[in-house]
Structures are given as structure tokens and as C-alpha cells.
Design a protein around this ligand. Structure first.
Ligand code: COA
Length: 356
């Protein structure tokens, strides 16, 4: 993969940028991940709720996920993933212009978790903010980072996806608790010396009218008006505040349609064929959703990356977890076309098609 650029004039975050005629190349210079130590199997969950390894495996593809323990927080995971990514990229923290942390499980509303992560790795005075687009957050972040670097005003941007959803699921609700896990993944997005590298197509979308398909209410006033808070057996409300509420089947149908539409949109926009893509890296929501999209476009198994069996749905962390594994295992080579896509609460969805 192309390395971070070093020969071009440094416009800096407040500089004038590059002449408009000169296209700025963008690369993913490094990646890193952080996982909690505690691995939770389907059999572990079946000790608490009425479920089984067979049911979870068949309906979701998930076998294990990781849960954060004790005093650790999402900030620890995000910081460790970022440090690993900086090492991989051979970029100093002080060279970062911006830290974008995609998460729906920040430590607090203020300050952003991103600001504290930036400080802890020594990235001050880099800009920092949390990005709330649920499972689409990391792909939104990739699009923002690449566009900012293309502008010529920024050189190195950290994009992190980090979540601790085990703190925000009802562990007595078998409809949701089986799906989610904790993790963080980070990528250093940098200016490249090669102007042919970067994003060929990107999209960010939302449909806020579908908000109650997947939401995390803080108090009862935030429940949909037509919902009886005393009825907790119907999809969309499990009776516990500050935990994810989900209409599983609605989200499933939406995700299947949207995943296929997103791939088609990226192909139409670029004139590419499915076989031109070296790799599709989708958000890991459900193996059946991903397999449907793979079959629809006739993609061979190894061209659509799946690791949900080991990590479950880690929301904004799932795409960077996949990206890191694919780089580590040599599945991505310089010049490859790689399509990232994700769908999440909001509803939100996003694609980012790269020549890496
Ligand atoms: N173990 C055993 N049975 C379970 C279960 C579990 N963990 N969860 C639900 N069931 C039961 C239901 O109670 C229902 O029983 P019933 O027929 O007696 O009423 C039956 O299984 C079927 O439930 P259903 O909700 O139709 O299952 P499903 O095939 O839709 O699978 C999901 C449920 C959650 C796995 C699936 O809907 C899904 O993956 N949705 C998308 C979720 C998602 O991607 N969210 C994040 C988006 S970023």
C-alpha cells in the first residue's frame, strides 16, 4: 500500500492547501485493534437466557464476542487501538491533525471521548470529536477523513471505531444480547505521494423517520408515542432504559435491501463490475445479511470479508476490525479496489470505495 506522503508541501490544518489542479492521493497508512480479554461464548449466554449455540449460530453466524471488564472503558479500547495503528503507520501522535472517534457508547456527552484519547496518545493540539452514526460511524469517518486530506489542508487523520455495547444491552433480553460485543479498531488516513490512491466513490445517508427500529433511550419519554412501556414482549422495547431496543426483523429486511443497493450504487457511480472489486468489507451485523449480498453480486466467498463468528456485532468497531485483519493477512494489496459499507441505527448507511 502507498505510504504516507512526505514530499508534498505541508499545508497544515490552517494552511492554504494545495493548488486545486493537483489531486491529493490518500492512503490508509496503518491500522490497529484492541479487544477486551473476556471472551463470551454462545453457551455462556445460554446459561442466563433461553437460547442455544445452535440457534445463535444458525440465525446470526456468531459464535463468540468480547466483553469489557471492571474499570476499563471505551476510552481504553480506543486509545490502545490508536496506538497500535500509529505504530503500524509509522506516524507519530504529534503528526496527527485530527482524531475522529466513531462511537455510540462514549464515556460522557462532554468532553468527547476523542479529545481525551487524543491527549492520552500525545496528539495535542489535534482536533478531536466523537461521531455518532451507530454502526455506520467508521465508514462515515473514513469518508470525512479522506475528503479533508484531499482538500490539501490535512495530512494525517486518525479514524477510530470503538464501542462497549455490553454495557448497553439488556442481558436478560435474548433478542438483542446475543448480537453485540465490545472492541475498537483504528486507521491512520494519510496524504499519499501517489495521486491515484484514495476514495473513488463515497456516500453517506440517513432515514431518521425509522429511528425507533434501533435506539437507545435514556428515559421513558423517549419511547415511541404508541408504545406501552408495560409491554416488554413485543420487538422494539425490552423494558430496560439505557439499553439497545431493536425491531430485529425490520432492521434485517432494511439491511438486506440497503446492502445490495449500496453495492449497486458504488458500481453504477464508478462504472465498475463486481469482479473488479478485490474485497468488500461490510459492517458485521448478521452473516445471513452479508451472504445475501454476496450471492446477489456473485462474489466468491473470499471477496466479502466475514469475522462476525469471532466478534459479534461491534457496531462502529466492526469495519476497522475487518480492515485490520485483511491488511495483516495480506488480503489487501497496493492498487486493490476495496469497498467498505455499513448500516446502523438512525437509520444510517454509508459506503467508501477505495483504491488502496
Ligand atoms: N434464542 C432463541 N430463540 C430466539 C432468540 C434467541 N436468542 N431470539 C429470538 N428468538 C425467538 C423469537 O422469540 C421467536 O420465537 P417465536 O417464533 O416463538 O415467537 C423466534 O426466535 C424467531 O424470532 P425472530 O425475531 O423472527 O428471529 P429472526 O430470524 O429475525 O432473528 C435476529 C432475530 C435478531 C437475529 C435478526 O432479526 C437480525 O439479525 N436482525 C438484524 C439485527 C441487526 O443487524 N442489528 C444491528 C443493525 S446494525
Amino acid at each position: 500500500m502507498a505510504g504516507p506522503g512526505s514530499e508534498q508541501p505541508d499545508a497544515g490544518t490552517s494552511g492554504k492547501g494545495l493548488p486545486s489542479a493537483q489531486r491529493v492521493g490518500v492512503c490508509i497508512a496503518g491500522t490497529g485493534v484492541a479487544l477486551p480479554e473476556r471472551k463470551v461464548t454462545n453457551d455462556d449466554l445460554a446459561q442466563r437466557v433461553d437460547t442455544s449455540d445452535a440457534w445463535i449460530t444458525k440465525r446470526t453466524g456468531i459464535k463468540t464476542r468480547y466483553y469489557i471488564d471492571g474499570d476499563s472503558t471505551v476510552r481504553d479500547l480506543a486509545r490502545d487501538a490508536l496506538l497500535a495503528a500509529l505504530t503500524d503507520a509509522q506516524v507519530e501522535a504529534s503528526e496527527l491533525d485530527l482524531v475522529i472517534l466513531a462511537t455510540i457508547t462514549p464515556e460522557m456527552a462532554c468532553p468527547s471521548t476523542a479529545a481525551r484519547v487524543a491527549a492520552e496518545v500525545g496528539a495535542n493540539p489535534a482536533g478531536a470529536f466523537d461521531l455518532a452514526a451507530a454502526c455506520s460511524g467508521f465508514v462515515y469517518g473514513l469518508n470525512l477523513a479522506s475528503s479533508l486530506i484531499e482538500s490539501g489542508r490535512y495530512r494525517n487523520i486518525a479514524v477510530i471505531g470503538a464501542e462497549t455495547l455490553s454495557n448497553h444491552v439488556n442481558h436478560d433480553d435474548r433478542r438483542t444480547c446475543i448480537l453485540f460485543g465490545d472492541a475498537a479498531g483504528a486507521a491512520i488516513v494519510s496524504r499519499s505521494d501517489d495521486p491515484t490512491h484514495g476514495v473513488l466513490h463515497q456516500a453517506m445517508h440517513s432515514a431518521g423517520q425509522l429511528w425507533d427500529a434501533l435506539f437507545l433511550p435514556r428515559d421513558l419519554s423517549q419511547l415511541p408515542a404508541d408504545l406501552d412501556p408495560n409491554v416488554t414482549t413485543e420487538p422494539g422495547w425490552n423494558g430496560q432504559l439505557d439499553t439497545l431496543q431493536m425491531h430485529g426483523q425490520e432492521v434485517f429486511k432494511f439491511a438486506v435491501i440497503q446492502t445490495c443497493d449500496m453495492i449497486q450504487e458504488a458500481l453504477d457511480a464508478t462504472g465498475l463490475q463486481p469482479e473488479d472489486l478485490a474485497l468488500v468489507i461490510p459492517h458485521q451485523s448478521n452473516q445471513r445479511i452479508m451472504a445475501t449480498a454476496r450471492d446477489r453480486f456473485g462474489l466468491p466467498k473470499d471477496k466479502l470479508y466475514i469475522n462476525i463468528d469471532r466478534f459479534g456485532n461491534t457496531s462502529a468497531a466492526s469495519v476497522p476490525l475487518c480492515l485490520h485483519e485483511c491488511r495483516r493477512d495480506g488480503r489487501i494489496k497496493a492498487g486493490d479496489l476495496v469497498l467498505f459499507l455499513a448500516i446502523g441505527g438512525g437509520m444510517t448507511w454509508s459506503t467508501s470505495l477505495w483504491r488502496v
